[in-house]
Ligand binder design. Sequence first.
Ligand code: AMP
Ligand code: GLY
Length: 424
Amino acid sequence: MKVLLLGSGGREHAFAWKIAQSSTLEELFIAPGNAGTRAHGTNVAIDTTDFEAVKAFVLEKKINMVVVGPEDLLVLGIHDFFLADDELKNIPVIGPDKEGAQLEGSKDFSKKFMMRHNIPTAKYATFTKDTLEEGYAFLESLKPPFVLKADGLCAGKGVLILDNLKEAKSELKNMLADAKFGEASSRVVIEQFLKGIELSVFVITDGDSFKILPEAKDYKRIGEGDKGLNTGGMGAISPVPFADDTFKEKIKNQIIIPTVKGLKSEGINYKGFIFFGLISVKGEPYVIEYNCRMGDPETEVVIPRLKSDLLDLFEGVASGTLSERDVLFDDRSACTVMMVSGGYPESFEKGKQIYGLNAVTDSIVFHAGTSSDGPAVMSNGGRVLSITSYGKDLTVALRRSYETADKIEFENSYYRKDIGFDVL
Ligand code: AMP
Ligand code: GLY
């Protein structure tokens, strides 16, 4: 099979690493990819948001399957573009269509969906600039902290958690009346604040049946002890120690099954990953958010724990035969530690040469933001390398990732030294 994988981050490097191990792979292309994905296939410099360019490449190389990493392409409707085109409609796309991608693309859609299907989530109401006054009144009816969410995609920046009412009202006005996040904040969801511990659960579905992948926990803040600004993710672990069988059974019965059934009952033919951002409130799971793709950096621990052939699962998704496939997992723990550019998530420099990658023996280094300059590997983003290790337990896995991080150098690099601190 000839596969085109879209994306350029650590998630896509982990996918490429796994797809390259498949017995049915003939050729793998990654667009645009990064310096790490080169080891597993051919990087292709196309603008993936230009669907006509993607089409031309797919036809030229006789691609048999397209795997979509990031949400923006799904929300833009790449799957629908394939289905609507006579030359592309028989080439499967792994990732939901535009309607399914609304689970992530619109907070209002996802909240209404959860209400319709009785899926536990925080109480909420949605406002527009015409209902700003009602929005203020709703805020007054809540206890702090106040949770404001821009309806649309905001590259992870659209959620504000505010401690005082005055500030919450002023931010609500910024979002609705002054378009703080542009069109994405033309609607704002205000939610009840839930207090608990978060984890991420992933499912792959063919629209009918589903397989649950190993759960993970990511560490979003830049600073140790979960302090400082939010980032794309500074590290992750899997499994998550507090997610015992009883809790996972609740997640399956109260959240996963109603979600997959709900999509089907609404006529949404969802083919791809569903990422459940969950919070445990006194042992009861609630959905904080859905994403229509895998997480990053969670993929860098979840995919290494998958023993089964990933392309075989994708073929099951494409042909609606996922229920006939086996999924086996590695019992070992996995962790990933993200090395980032100094300054991230605020301003930072790119183009720093990375040394020491060849000395790595006990970890898998997934590239998150790198480019190549001949044989040299250069930093090319805020998140640069995702250092994944296995261990008989989390402590061993973390020790390995930190030993590896010690061997790798680039100017002004930074990583958190406390990944897993809250569960160990
Ligand atoms: P989201 O983009 O919806 O995942 O929100 C980003 C982060 O904000 C989440 O990972 C949570 O840490 C926090 N958050 C979002 N919604 C709530 C809520 N209702 N209660 C408490 N924390 C929340
Ligand atoms: N790590 C969180 C995300 O991928 O959205």
